[in-house]
Design a protein around this ligand. Structure first.
Ligand SMILES: *[C@@H]1O[C@H](CO)[C@@H](O)[C@H](O)[C@H]1NC(C)=O
Ligand SMILES: *[C@@H]1O[C@H](CO)[C@@H](O)[C@H](O)[C@H]1NC(C)=O
Ligand SMILES: *[C@@H]1O[C@H](CO)[C@@H](O)[C@H](O)[C@H]1NC(C)=O
Ligand SMILES: *[C@@H]1O[C@H](CO)[C@@H](O)[C@H](O)[C@H]1NC(C)=O
Ligand SMILES: *[C@@H]1O[C@H](CO)[C@@H](O)[C@H](O)[C@H]1NC(C)=O
Ligand SMILES: *[C@@H]1O[C@H](CO)[C@@H](O)[C@H](O)[C@H]1NC(C)=O
Ligand SMILES: *[C@@H]1O[C@H](CO)[C@@H](O)[C@H](O)[C@H]1NC(C)=O
Length: 631
């Protein structure tokens, strides 16, 4: 008995000694500053892999490399993905090394503003344990990683962390790249504690624009809704996501503002500059879509005596009282979120650009634009066409809206759009197909608009939205030279000349802004105005003569008064919808790729729905209307 007791005593002494040694060893590990990372404890092997996503607006001239330095310094487990329009900026990759990845696959508006839904969809392509979405001007300090680690290890369900930054437009320190710490401008090293203190003393939390979001299980969606095409960092979308994530209940949403020191140094973009409409557009989208509009209080992640505590609104009084003493010592900041107000009236949107001011914004260096004209019944097809243009990196497209619904819709999709006030009203939804009265009126808008643009000094490739593009035809079309109007042939018979009477397709043609073309287009428009037919016969009869008297060879015409040559495009490269029954082929895309087609026209079919169906069934469709984005 005695011996046994003694043995147990010895063992316990020995054990506790061992424990002490182990603990102190562990403590040393924690406290010893890592050479590369003076603010940090050493990383354990269970450190989560973190990817920080952000995007650069083309307009953000004041790109702040300090922010990215501060992120990469957080931990070697951090990678940064920067969405930009060009992934060839070697100065960026040289500065930041291989942990910075440039990604140019997301969609941007014509003004270079990235689409949030496109960015978030893309985040799933990167393997990580935690994804972070952050403003490119926000500096992070090490307690960010501690908060993420806490969430990663302690929460037993999927989560979404949100945190707001303080606004310090002129951050008084600079990053020492070799030493991996901040210095004052007199060269003195800044301690982490000083930084933290400085931040916690700031009473002005910045607006939700500078909200940080982080979430785990990156393959699982943040919310149950479908993100509308919000413009990144143009307001509303952060509230919207928090709203939706809360109402969806798939993730635990909490506010970690008081445990995360982050500084927004962005020279806070003024809301009331010329891009004000981008904010208004986002606010419209927020009102149009989404579910929750109640006020709410997020659970908060707090830190008390070096321990993290989660406090929810429903936690009892005692808990709150217990921690309140601790919190009041360091002023606790929290996120200010206004719920998206849904009941307010949505006033019509207007772009601050008309045709004249859009042209220089979108035209390429050859002063060429690609024009499409669309009414509301073709809005999905317009979007598919736009998505295709984006995929092919054709930046110089322009949309003429035939009605106000299309105009509003296009603004919300971030398209360069103008409204034709002379467009016929009352365009019927399903029956505006080839040959109908409606069709005749609509087509006349097209030639008139093209003429207007030519007169402003820009070349125009007119492409109907039912023309599917396989590759960019502009370089080829340019090669025909001046005084040549290049058009698709509508001839389907393979044994006859392609310039036969009335076979000029006015749904796909390239017109140069030169004297002969402008003079000839004026004749076309004049002819169409007095004709009871669509504009297509006016094109042919004016340019090739009635019955084709001005034909030259098998594929051209020369209009004698203006000397404009009309060149009909090779149908193997630019097939119309009836040529060689291409649309009946099993594999339309394969067939076209074999022929090296540039475009394929989805014409020679009657009815809007049949047309849509044919294009979708054959896989020549690039817009997912249910996800509201390009696919
Ligand atoms: C990057 O690519 C874009 C378009 O592809 C081009 O305009 C730009 O000049 C390129 N920049 C560099 C540095 O190569
Ligand atoms: C590359 O990025 C840096 C930092 O944003 C910027 O200053 C520079 O103009 C960019 N260079 C090109 C060619 O885009
Ligand atoms: C905080 O905000 C108020 C008004 O919004 C402003 O007058 C004040 O200068 C700000 N303080 C700091 C430290 O930025
Ligand atoms: C609009 O269309 C409807 C049906 O096609 C027709 O009855 C009505 O008169 C049209 N209104 C105008 C202003 O053209
Ligand atoms: C611009 O014009 C030049 C000269 O005509 C041509 O070589 C080039 O392909 C054109 N670029 C585009 C994008 O059309
Ligand atoms: C094509 O044209 C030839 C010659 O005019 C004619 O004999 C033939 O029937 C036409 N084919 C079709 C499918 O219309
Ligand atoms: C068209 O070409 C002919 C012969 O080359 C020439 O005599 C005539 O002046 C030209 N017309 C115009 C409008 O340039």
């Amino acid at each position: 008995m005695k011996l046994k007791g003694l043995g147990a005593g010895l063992i316990s002494v020995w054990l506790s000694g061992f424990l002490l040694i182990a603990l102190s060893f562990y403590g040393t590990l924690l406290l010893s500053p890592s050479l590369h990372n003076p603010y940090f404890p050493r990383e354990s092997s269970t450190a989560p892999r973190i990817i920080i996503f952000t995007a650069l607006h083309i307009s953000s001239s004041s790109f702040d490399s300090q922010a990215i330095h501060s992120w990469l310094a957080l931990s070697s487990q951090v990678k940064v993905v920067l969405f930009t329009q060009h992934n060839n900026n070697s100065s960026l990759t040289d500065t930041f090394g291989s942990r910075l990845l440039l990604d140019s696959t997301v969609d941007f508006t014509f003004l270079g503003t990235p689409f949030l839904h496109s960015m978030l969809a893309r985040t799933e392509a990167y393997a990580s344990d935690i994804a972070v979405l952050i403003d490119p001007h926000t500096l992070l300090l090490p307690d960010f990683i501690s908060a993420l680690n806490h969430a990663h290890h302690e929460l037993d369900r999927d989560w979404l962390l949100v945190s707001s930054s303080v606004n310090i437009p002129r951050f008084p320190f600079h990053w020492d790249q070799t030493g991996h710490f901040w210095r004052q401008y007199n060269g003195k090293r800044v301690r982490f504690g000083e930084l933290q203190k400085m931040i916690s003393l700031q009473s002005n939390s910045s607006e939700e624009a500078n909200m940080i979001m982080a979430w785990n299980n990156v393959d699982s969606p943040l919310h149950c809704g479908v993100l509308p095409p919000f413009l990144y960092q143009r307001g509303t979308h952060n509230q919207w996501i928090v709203n939706e994530a809360l109402s969806c209940k798939r993730r635990f949403v909490f506010d970690a503002t008081s445990t995360i020191s982050s500084v927004s140094t962005g020279n806070a973009e003024k809301k009331f500059d010329s891009r004000n409409w981008e904010y208004i557009g986002n606010s419209h989208l927020g009102k149009l879509y989404g579910s929750l509009s109640k006020s709410y209080a997020l659970p908060k992640l707090l830190k008390c005596n070096k321990r993290y505590i989660l406090v929810t609104a429903s936690d009892g009084f005692r808990t709150r009282e217990k921690i309140s003493a601790c919190i009041s010592r360091s002023k606790s900041r929290s996120l200010k979120l206004e719920p998206v107000k849904k009941d307010q009236a949505v006033s019509p949107l207007k772009l601050p650009y008309d045709l004249e001011s859009l042209l220089p914004l979108v035209a390429d260096k050859n002063r060429t634009v690609v024009l499409s004209v669309a009414g509301f019944s073709y809005k999905d097809m317009l979007m598919s066409w736009v998505c295709r243009a984006r995929r092919l990196a054709v930046p110089n497209f322009l949309v003429c809206a035939l009605d106000d619904e299309t105009y509003q819709f296009a603004i919300l999709q971030g398209l360069p759009v103008f409204f034709d006030p002379y467009a016929p009203k009352n365009i019927s939804f399903n029956d505006c197909h080839f040959g109908s009265k409606c069709f005749q009126r609509v087509t006349k808008v097209k030639s008139r608009t093209v003429l207007k643009i030519l007169k402003m000094g820009y070349n125009v490739l007119l492409s109907d939205v039912d023309v599917y593009w396989f590759r960019n035809p502009l370089p080829l079309l340019h090669s025909f030279g001046p005084s040549v109007l290049v058009a698709q042939s509508d001839e389907y018979n393979t044994t006859v000349p392609i310039n036969r009477p009335r076979r000029l397709n006015s749904g796909f043609y390239f017109a140069r802004s030169d004297e002969p073309t402008i003079a000839a287009m004026e004749k076309v428009v004049k002819h169409a105005a007095t004709s009871g037919l669509s504009e297509q016969p006016s094109f042919y009869d004016t340019l090739c003569g009635e019955g084709g008297v001005h034909r030259l060879g098998d594929d051209r015409c020369v209009e004698p008064q203006t000397n404009l040559t009309v060149h009909f495009l090779d149908r193997d490269l630019f097939p119309n919808g009836a040529y060689r029954d291409i649309w009946l082929k099993e594999d339309v895309r394969g067939e076209c790729e074999k022929k090296h087609c540039y475009v394929l026209h989805n014409n020679w079919i009657s009815g809007r729905l049949k047309k849509l169906e044919r294009q979708m069934m054959k896989g020549l469709w690039d817009y997912d209307a249910s996800m509201r984005m390009c696919v």
